[in-house]
Structures are given as structure tokens and as C-alpha cells.
Write a protein that binds this ligand. Sequence first.
Ligand SMILES: [Zn+2]
Length: 463
Amino acid sequence: MRVKRRRLRVDRIVIVLVLFIGLIYLIKFGIYTIKNYRIYNSAKNSSTIYVSDDKLNIWNKTIDYLKENKQKISINYKGDSVTIDTKDLKNGMNVKLDGYNKTIDEPLFNEVDSYYIKSNDILNLSSRLEISLPSYLSKYDIVDVYKVKKNKITLHRASVDVVDGTASFNVEKDTDYFITYIDVKSIKSSSITLDQGKEEKIKVQYNPSNATNLGLTYKVENEKIAKVTGGRVKALSPGETTVTIKSKSSGVTKDIKITINKVEEVVKEDTKKVENTGRKTSKGYDIVEKDGITYIDNLMIVNKTYSLPSTYNPGGLTDEFNNAFEEMRAAAALDGIELFVASGFRDYEYQVDLYNKYVNIDGPELADTYSARPGHSEHQTGLTADINSADESFEGTAEAIWLDKNCYKYGFIVRYPKGKDQYTGYEYEPWHLRYVGKEKAKKLYESGLSMEEYYGFTSEYID
Ligand SMILES: [Zn+2]
């Protein structure tokens, strides 16, 4: 009996050992397998690899493999296809369908400037993940986060701020994440002709259109002729000059010509359009305008109708915001709720970059539904912040429910409440809080109305 039992134990040890070795093997090759799953599956049976446009995620390791095995890659793009010879494959390359006069902008991510996080590595699955980025990524202001689920890579969160080398974003169960940046490769823009005294926004297109780090600098050759602030060119005196547009991250430049026409009599115009029917709102509140800023009931008003001047810059979140937030944060902590500012003050220039980015991705019509035009973002007031996560998945979390019920006690309102988009101009944003002071916050909260309804003013872009 004893001998028999011992034998069984030895068998068990062997089984455990085999499983253990198998596990190590899986861990070692797990990532590699996930990344190259599609390519390898097709590689087994063919010397030509077909990749359709939604699967253009060809990793350097795959490219190395294809080169080593002298295989060709065929790319199918909207019904057209092109075959690329092995010798023409380069790591990190973009694919051009020259013969068809089409360019595929989707980047071929490479592992040198990207960072992969396996779901197994996410030990404590809270609603958000704070990740310290490796040095090649932490130097960027903005990164994009992709999620990898069932071998499919989709954009998870665009333009995540990098603060002190750390990116913070929401995570889902059983999902891998992939952090990268996409450099601006070139800038497109065209010449501008203006009458003296006029102003125009410089329109910029980025290549690739999904590039991150869209910050630009502008240098004017002759500042007596034109000036550029916040991406807008101002015509000062007649003549011609050149503006050099430069990408802050990649350094690529584009020169455009500015021509200013002489105007005999410059008619002085009210720069600010009359945006409301009278000087009172439909609910009888006075509309007060001071230095280009609108106030109703002593509240600074910023929405799609009312904007801030490009020069308005409190330099960060105001003291009254910070003090009130600290009081709320401490109270929430007692209820086991952790609150933090995910995105606070944004200056005019930041919004220029952000809005342009979204216009490039989705076009102006769709972009207007979720991103404010420059000057129209409440974040420029220094009285507004996105709490914890500006992401749809924030809705229904314990933090969101707590804020909805309690934030008014500390002087805040959920600025874009649910089902009020026809008044506010924005879909529900449970994370976007505006400081209005305790008294007004209570009034607004108890009314169940949005700020626009309560005071009776509009939120619509004029053009
Ligand atoms: Zn916001």
C-alpha cells in the first residue's frame, strides 16, 4: 500500500511540474501571441498575409518574422488592395497605397514607443488605473490609450494628460491596455488674405489625423504686419509676411503666407456679437457684460452662447474652487469615497489644440456635441473641473452617485445634468463640476433645473 501511494505522489509532482513549465511558457509568450495572433494564423497556411484596414496593427516582431520568412503582406483597404514586398517592410512604417492614390493614416504601432499593460498585471482592479509611464512616453504631455480585447485593438481614451510622468484612466475587466503616442508627421495649412484690422483662425490639418501631442507654436516673420495669438492671426498693417507653424512635439514646420489688404476706412466694429435678445434673460435676470465676460446673478457664464476672451487666464483653479473642493474631498473620504481632480483649469490655447484635434477626428458637427470651441470651455474659468474620470464609464459609480447627491453642500453643481442637453448644449457629464458657491448650488440643486433653465439663457453656437 505504502509503495503504491508514494508512486501516486511522484506522478502528481510530475503533473504539477509540467503544468508549471507550461505556465511559464504561456507567460513568456503570452503577449507576443496576443499581438501577432492574426498574422500568425494566416502565416501558417500562406506565403502572403492579408490584412484588412481595420486590422492594421502590425507589430515590429511580426514585420521581423515576415522578413525572415520572406513573406509578402497584402493590405486590403476599402475594396482595393496592394501587396508590399518583404524588402520594403520597415519597422514602425505607415503604409501607403500609392497605386490607388490613397493613404492609410492608421499607424503601425511599434513596441519602441508604445507601452503594453496586461490585464493580469492589473492586480487591484479599481475603476481607474494610474500608471507610471516609461521615460520614452512620460516626456509627452498627452498619450492615447488603446484597449486590447479578444485580439482587437480599439481606441479606449484619446488625449490622456500625462502628469508627472503618470497617466490615469479607467480600466475594464479582462482587458489589456496599450499606451502610445502618435507623432505629428506633417502639418497642412494654407495662405491667408485679410483686410487690415481683421482676425482669422489659422486652420491646421495634421498628418496622421489621429496624431497626439498637437501643440503648435507660431512665429511671425514681420510682427508689424501680423500677430498670432491663440492660433488666430490678426491683421495689423498692409503687406506680406510669413507665419511658421511648428509642432511642439515633433518639430515639423509649415510656412504660410499672410497678405494684409489696406482698408481706406477701417470701420470700428463691436468685436463681441450681441448674443441675446435683450439685457435680461427670459427669466428676468440681468445680463451683465464686463471686459468681454458675461455675468448673470454674479455668476461667470460660459457655454455655447457666451464665451471668454482668449486672454482670460486665472492661472489655474481659483482659491475658492480649491478650498471648496478640499472640504468636499475630506467629507467624501469619511464616506469611503475618493475624489480627485482629473482635469481642472485649461487655458485658451489648450482648448484650441483639443478642439482642433477632435474636429480632425470627427468633423466639426460631431466634435461640437462633446468638445467646447476655444473660449467656450468652462474649464477656462478656473471654477470647473472634471472629477476622477471624464469618461462615460464614470456614470453610476459610487463616486458619481455621491457627487450627484452631495456636491451642492460644498458649493458645486453637476453642470451638465442628465436629460438636459437641449438646454445646456452638452450630454450628461456626471464628472464635470462647476463651483457656484453654497447658496446658489443649493438653489440650483433643489430646483432640479440646469443653470440655463433656472436663469433662462441659451447655449447655442451662433454660426
Ligand atoms: Zn469638463
